[in-house]
Every structure is written in structure tokens, then in C-alpha cells.
Design a binder for this molecule. Structure first.
Ligand code: NAD
Ligand code: ZN
Length: 364
């Protein structure tokens, strides 16, 4: 069974294991009971995941004699709010949360971010386990310890670094994931390969259409590779002072597109278009060869992901959000741009004349 150890320096006692196995859900109650060690388990999930997996998990935990509670929130990004965080914090406090309690985030990236944020704040931080059920959460958001909620001023503006004590990934969860959410997660897989690993990218080019929600053997390999790459980056740069920024490839323009479409564009779709637009920009700046853009476009098409921005965009929001990107500083927005497939440049200051004609890079 693939196990990836995330060793965080310098406090190695915060290191944790990501376990990836098809069918892992069957042994999850026992594993969680072991980690909880008698402390109460608060399972946080959403209304789509609760009837499929949450209630079964609760039943099996109770059957084992474990003290557990299921807390369900509405599905979707709107639950990543301070109102929902407060509601969960209150439910934990009413549920007599203690320092030995365990929060389990069972769901997609929204649940992982929200449950992790709540776990990081209640009683100054209690233990947290990630059980990601969407592809995006399995390959990206469940590993790395970034937790948070949205603010009316922008997405993910409130949060913390709060590493989980363990991550359990079962690719079988993806059988019930809607196709559009599967494609959404594939965008992050393409990003990880494009940013860090030319060989992985090559295997995506070759595998293409064989990557489906029910091909668990292939998914296990794919997720293991993506998590291994992300884990290695996080272990070297937990707080994103350098190397970890490379995981923001596609995200500067991606986030701006999400904002400029009033968040109707899914994160992964924004990232796919962002990857493409940032690569076209890198070609224009002479940073990468035109072939990089051709190969990226082919892979994104194989994954049924968009490569051009939607026509209905609020351009003012797009430009101001590019200027305000939280990864930038007083000197302007710092881009992560590809140098080649599997290699990127961090902190590239893009001249304003290129930002002013950003539309040139959003469409082919
Ligand atoms: N913390 C990080 O490092 C990080 C990284 C990337 C993205 N994110 C965050 O992740 C969020 C997006 O995550 P997401 O795409 O998983 O969204 P999501 O959590 O909203 O899940 C997408 C949809 O799929 C449903 N779902 C999840 N698993 C399912 C399953 N197995 N079967 C059926 N339905 C299922 C959910 O109920 C939801 O409707 C964003 O808020 C983004 O900011 C965080
Ligand atoms: Zn992302």
C-alpha cells in the first residue's frame, strides 16, 4: 500500500503519513479509533458526502465503541464562510470538545479547508485528520496544512497552517464524484506535473483518456505520484517562502478568472485556463519555447479541460485581482511561469504592459 511520509523540518514530531489505497474506507473506522485514542471524534462533512460515506463511517465508529459525532454542512464553496466556521466551532464547544478530541474532515477541498480551520482555532488547535473524497482534495488540498475560509474581500483570506496528523486517501470515493468535479481535480494533477516533473507529465500525455473515475489502479498510481511530489515540496518549504510557490503555477491568472466570473468558474477550470494563459505569457516573454504551450494544450484537452477563458468576464475585477494577488508585494504581482515542462521560474515580475493586454493570453 503506498504510504508517503511528509517529514516537516525542524519539528519532526509533526510529521505525518498519507496512506493511499483503493478500498481503504473499509479499515478507516479502526484507524481513526486508534488515532483518537479515546478522545471524541467530530466528523465534519457536507450534504453530498454524508449520505454516501459520512453516516456509514459514524455507524461503524459507534459500533467500535468510539465516541463520535457527525457534523454536516451544506455542500459548496459558500460553506467556507466565517458564519459556518462559527457554527461549527459552537457545535464543537457544545459537544464538549477537549484537547484530546479529533476533527476528521471527510469531503472535498471545501470541507478539508473548513474543518481544518475550525480544528486550528478551537482550544488553540486540536488534532485533525484529512479524508479527502474529491480528486482535487486527494491530489492537492488535503496535503500541506493550508486551512482556511473565505472573506467577502476574497477567497482563502482567513486561515492558518495547521498540518493534519494523518491523511487517508481512498480512490474508490471518486466513483461517486460528478464528472465535472473529476475534471476539476485533474487540472491540479496537470499543474503538479507541469510545474515539477517532466516524466510525470509525459505519462499524462500517454495515459490521457484512460484516466477515468473507475480506473482505481491507475488513479492510485496517479494520486501517489502527485501527493509524493507535493509532499516533497511541502516538507522542504512548509510556509511557502520559496519552492512551494511553484505549486501556484496557473493560479495567479486562475484566481483572477475565478473572481472575474463571480466564482461561477470552478477552481480547477480557472487553473487550467490560467496554466494555458501563463504559458502563452511565458512564450511571449521569451521564457519558454512555444512547444511547452502546445504540449500543455494537448494534455488539457485530453482531460476535457478548457484552454481559453469564458467570454463573459468582468475585466475590471480581473485586472484589479491580478494587481492585488496575495502572492505579490509592493513591486507588483509576482508570477510563477513555466521555463519548460516540469520546470518553472518563481517570482517573475511581469511588466505592466503585458498585464494591460492580458486578454491576448486568455484566448488562443
Ligand atoms: N488548502 C489547500 O491547499 C487547497 C488547495 C487547492 C484548493 N483548495 C480549496 O479546495 C476547494 C475546492 O475543493 P473541491 O473541488 O474538492 O470542492 P468541494 O469540496 O466543493 O467538492 C466538490 C463537490 O463534490 C462533492 N463531492 C466530494 N466528494 C464526493 C464524492 N466522493 N462523491 C460525490 N460527491 C462528492 C462535494 O459535495 C461538492 O459538491 C476550494 O475552496 C479551494 O480553495 C485548497
Ligand atoms: Zn489550486
Amino acid at each position: 500500500m503506498p504510504q508517503i511520509q511528509i517529514r516537516l523540518a525542524p519539528l519532526r514530531d509533526r510529521s505525518y503519513t498519507v496512506t493511499i489505497r483503493s478500498g481503504l474506507f473499509g479499515t478507516l473506522p479502526r484507524r481513526l479509533a486508534h488515532i483518537a485514542g479515546g478522545g471524541r471524534i467530530f466528523i465534519v462533512t457536507d450534504r453530498h458526502v454524508a449520505p454516501r460515506y459520512g453516516r456509514v463511517l459514524l455507524k461503524r465508529l459507534l459500533h467500535l465503541g468510539t465516541d463520535a459525532i457527525l457534523l454536516t454542512v451544506p455542500a459548496g464553496e459558500r460553506s467556507k464562510s466565517s458564519a459556518m466556521a462559527l457554527s461549527l466551532q459552537s457545535r464543537l464547544l457544545r459537544g464538549r470538545v477537549k484537547r484530546d478530541s479529533l476533527v476528521v474532515g471527510l469531503g472535498g477541498g471545501v470541507i478539508g479547508d473548513l474543518a481544518g480551520y475550525v480544528a486550528s482555532t478551537v482550544l488553540r488547535g486540536i488534532r485533525f485528520v484529512q479524508v479527502p473524497t474529491s480528486l482535487l482534495a486527494q491530489v492537492d488540498s488535503s496535503v500541506g496544512g493550508k486551512v482556511g475560509i473565505d472573506h467577502p474581500a476574497g477567497k482563502n483570506l482567513l486561515g492558518a497552517f495547521h498540518q493534519p496528523v494523518a491523511v487517508f486517501i481512498d480512490p474508490r470515493f471518486l466513483r461517486t464524484l460528478p464528472a465535472v468535479e473529476f475534471a476539476n481535480g485533474l487540472a491540479e494533477v496537470v499543474k503538479i506535473a507541469a510545474a515539477l516533473d517532466a516524466e510525470f507529465f509525459r505519462s499524462l500525455e500517454l495515459l490521457g483518456g484512460r484516466i477515468t473515475r473507475s480506473n482505481h489502479r491507475l488513479l492510485t498510481r496517479l494520486i501517489t505520484r502527485a501527493v509524493g511530489l507535493k509532499g516533497a515540496v511541502v516538507a522542504r518549504d512548509e510556509f511557502e517562502s520559496g519552492l512551494r510557490k511553484s505549486l501556484n503555477l496557473g493560479h495567479t491568472i486562475g484566481h483572477a478568472l475565478e473572481a472575474s466570473t463571480g466564482y461561477r468558474l470552478k477552481h480547477g477550470f480557472g487553473v487550467a485556463i490560467g496554466l494555458m494563459a501563463e504559458t502563452r505569457l511565458a512564450v511571449a516573454l521569451g521564457l519558454t519555447a512555444p512547444e511547452t504551450a502546445v504540449r500543455l494544450e494537448n494534455v488539457l484537452h485530453l482531460m476535457h479541460l478548457p484552454t481559453n477563458a469564458p467570454r463573459k468576464i468582468d475585466w475590471k475585477t480581473l485586472r484589479s485581482s491580478l494587481a492585488m494577488d496575495k502572492k505579490g508585494d509592493a513591486r507588483g504581482t509576482a508570477f510563477v511561469l513555466p521555463r519548460a515542462i516540469g520546470e518553472c521560474a518563481i517570482g517573475v515580475r511581469v511588466p505592466p504592459e503585458f498585464i494591460n493586454c492580458i486578454d491576448m493570453f486568455l484566448y488562443e
